[in-house]
Design a protein around this ligand. Sequence first.
Ligand code: ADP
Ligand code: MG
Length: 233
Amino acid sequence: MTERQVIDRARSEGRSVLTEIEAKELLKQAGISVVDTRLATSKEEALSISQQLGLPVVLKIASPDVVHKSDAGGVKLDLGTVKQVGEAYDDILKAIKKQYPEAKIQGVSVQKMARPGVEVIIGMSKDAQFGPVIMFGLGGILVEVLKDVSFRIVPLERRDAREMIREIKGYPLLEGYRGQEVVDVSHLEELLLKVSDFVEQNPEVKELDLNPIFAYSDGAVAVDARVVLEESK
Ligand code: ADP
Ligand code: MG
């Protein structure tokens, strides 16, 4: 599907929140690297997609009504056998139906288990005064508890991208702290610039969250994505 089709379909269903699969589709078309992710609408399909992608895989609930997927038991990581994939499929649906009996469930997304990297996040929200603003931070508790993030107004220039990565307190973690992988920071700069372009070219996007992105010495990949559209007029 094209970007237009993805957005139009969500709108025609009266949704302003895109699912993870839809969000990743848009981002992929904008040249942003995302984990290859497909929708399964039955257990059999989940199994065959897993085998096509190659184990281990990750299964996640695909529902516009479930925003925090792992909190609700909607994410199963590192599934290494067909049996585990089948069980995870059942467990996810059971957990979600119990906690969100009203949720519209599209199915379950199946994706490759990405190798661990340094977790970073990139977000975009719109400020009443400044318009779209991009946020950068390190994933997990550093963002949630310590709010160690930086912001710049769209459109970003190369210098903005460079500065916003270097000004967070956790920056040394990207330089290979205690044996962690040394992250390719210039790749992250490129990624920030691509996100800025995406935001400029898609004024219908109200909020964007790539959380987390796994950053490596040779690139980076988003494993989760969320897009919220502006209310349609
Ligand atoms: P949510 O944020 O909705 O709870 P995520 O999709 O972010 O769900 O998944 C929760 C966590 O699981 C992520 O923060 C990440 O650490 C891990 N994870 C998610 N997808 C993958 C993947 N494809 N490969 C490896 N780890 C993943
Ligand atoms: Mg997430």
